[in-house]
Design a protein around this ligand. Sequence first.
Ligand code: GLY
Length: 376
Amino acid sequence: MWKQAIENAVLKTSANIDRYGGEMFPHVSVDGGIKYKLNPNTDWTDGFWTGMLWLCYEYTGDAKFRDAARANVESFRKRLDAKVAIDHHDIGFLYSLSSKAQWMVEKDEAAKALTLKAADHLLGRWRPKSQLIQAWGPEGHEQNGGRIIIDCLMNLPLLYWAYEKTGDEKYRDVATIHADKSRRFLVRGDDSSYHTFYFDQETGDAIHGGTHQGYRDGSTWTRGQAWGVYGFALSYRYTKDPLYLETSKRLARFFLKSLPADDVAYWDFDVPIEPGTPRDSSASAITACGILELLGHLEPNDPARAELQDGLERTMKSLVTNYSTIGDESVEGLLKHGSYHVRGNSSPDDFVIWGDYYYLEALMRLEKGHKGYWYE
Ligand code: GLY
């Protein structure tokens, strides 16, 4: 099942290279359409396409994928040099899957240097007074200046990696202080999570939790929970702090136990379910990758192992059987029924490129033992 799904993804990705060329990047589809909206490397999502190209290259060895991925990395080099739309924390998503993946696949020194430069840029989001990485907006921004978001856990591996490559402790220290703060304030006592949390910019005092894309401030946005499952597992991978592993496991068990009958998440765990309530298949694909990462670190006799393994298999079988576009060659995307921002009516039931990426990463982990591009 996994092999067939990967081969279909490879075919679609090859056809999409012909559509997009080396400098345009798919983001989301709109109005339930079959085509991706493209941008010239100006969005937070653009690394996901490049990551798919590297995965397809590793699976096939076909230079078509490698050449397209290398062309993308050049585009990322220009983007960092010209500082185009990088005034946010998503530098880890952008550069882990583009230049760092190139470093991992080809041991290309220029790609490594570019990735370290990207890590330095991410460090520029560190706010010493409040001891956090500011997610969005300029320093001192009235609403967002002291705000963290759970998604940022997926950007921390870039900093851990930079520490390993340079020995400079500032990268590791910033990443661990931010991960600890995320664990303490974004994860709630019942193992659900806030999407975002606000702190006083001058004193660092905690103010309150909230949401951006969730149903309401105290609800659990499913993709946020997914970023937490995977992000804390990756913080464990680099630091070996058992609290991160425990937190990832708690978030994963909450995610699995809150799923509907077909094992794929709605867009928020607290939203009333009615006919037509949108799903977020990308949240389930991200969680599948997170559980695969987590299972790689848990002790063989960990009591949660069987439950996590079962949840992973159910999720992936449902994604391939009920949500994939296998057999429909007219569409560009791999995974139906993702959502970007349901409350904001932005692509509430669409293809989303990160859903396609994590779906393919999970398949490659299952079929080939791939470990993702978030380490090494
Ligand atoms: N990191 C932004 C999102 O998940 O929509």
